[in-house]
Ligand binder design. Structure first.
Ligand SMILES: Nc1nc2c(ncn2[C@@H]2O[C@H](COP(=O)(O)OP(=O)(O)O)[C@@H](O)[C@H]2O)c(=O)[nH]1
Ligand SMILES: [Mg+2]
Length: 317
């Protein structure tokens, strides 16, 4: 299947709308970077480097992009500034698709893991609970039986928020009272889910233990308890990052992936921010795939991440 077949018009509109601030930001900077220039020369490339870095793409990824464009300019001899955005789009898309696994085409989970257990981690406020609600909605829409587990037990409001999502989406939730042991909630959730033949289990966790070591120990404890019910759970540890924090999101990804096993990323709040370029840096830097992007607070505002579509949306087709 071609990569465009599954990318519906609605989905593209949500993506374009969500990325509009980032796009405006990048384009106004590019316009300034090439003002009065007809040809891509060293000065334009220097300016472009600054544009990408100040658009939260990150230094390493920016240098890779610039070097690709330099190669292209020396190969093609004369490159006009009018061609620059098309070249940027092509080179960024090529960079992001190198050495990477395929993007997901839709909200699916492996059929041979039943239930497929997703543990959602990340610091407080990044959008974990909201992303869980949106994922539950998508999986349910795809015909899956979904179970939620409210293992963020630190505040009553955190449990309540997930309860609201479970009602909105119409999926069962397992919870205990505030302050109870998160690992015990995870155990109960997996036990119920397994007994009831669930397809997908999504476990919410807290992101606000007083320090990193405590947080990581807590996550390890939750994982170990899950294994008592389902030996290879969690199948997915999904790290949620707030894209509107730009380079902070990048730093959080570094810290979390160094401290705990993470095998999927979600970048949220790309709507209403000019810092969406951070997804390019994250997607290039980490071998862990960006699986999902958040583009709003509504149930429908989560998409499976598609690198080509993302770059096309940002730099125009
Ligand atoms: N605009 C926007 N807001 C979001 C998105 N994802 C989450 N939020 C909001 O971010 C805030 C924190 O989200 P929450 O899910 O409670 O974060 P948690 O503490 O990690 O569980 C809430 O007000 C959400 O509505 C998104 O993709 N776009
Ligand atoms: Mg939460």
């Amino acid at each position: 299947m071609g990569i465009f077949n599954f990318f519906s018009k609605e989905k593209k509109e949500t993506l374009d709308k969500g990325l509009s601030k980032t796009k405006e930001n990048v384009f106004s900077k590019i316009t300034r970077a090439i003002a009065g220039k007809s040809k891509v020369d060293d000065e334009v490339l220097d300016n472009l480097e600054e544009v990408l870095i100040t658009s939260d793409v990150g230094v390493d990824t920016t240098l890779k992009i610039i070097s690709r464009i330099e190669d292209r300019v020396s190969r093609d001899k004369y490159v006009t500034t009018a061609e620059l955005t098309a070249i940027l789009r092509e080179e960024i898309a090529a960079l992001l698709t190198e050495n990477h696994t395929e993007d997901l085409e839709s909200f699916t989970v492996p059929e041979d893991k039943k239930p497929y257990v997703i543990m959602v981690v990340g610091v407080n406020g990044v959008g974990k609970t909201t992303t869980i609600g949106k994922l539950a909605y998508q999986f349910k829409k795809a015909g899956k039986n979904v179970y939620l587990g409210a293992a963020d037990t630190f505040r009553a409001a955190a449990v309540e928020q997930l309860v609201i999502w479970s009602e909105r989406v119409g999926v069962p939730i397992v919870k205990q009272k505030m302050g109870s042991d998160p690992a015990s909630v995870a155990f109960d959730t997996l036990s119920s889910a397994k007994a009831n033949g669930a397809d997908v289990v999504i476990i919410d966790t807290a992101g606000r233990l007083h320090n990193k070591i405590n947080l990581m120990n807590e996550l390890t404890k939750i994982k170990n308890v899950m294994k008592k019910v389902i030996p290879d759970a969690p199948h997915e540890v999904l790290l949620v990052l707030d894209g509107s924090t730009g380079q902070n999101a990048f730093e959080q990804a570094k810290q979390f992936t160094a401290a705990t096993e993470v095998n999927a990323l979600a970048v949220t709040k790309l709507d209403g921010t000019a810092k969406g370029g951070v997804v390019i840096g994250i997607s290039d830097h980490f071998r862990i795939p960006v699986k999902y992007i958040g583009l709003g607070e509504g149930m429908e505002d989560l998409q499976v991440f598609n690198r080509k579509e993302f770059v096309n949306s940002l730099f125009g087709e």
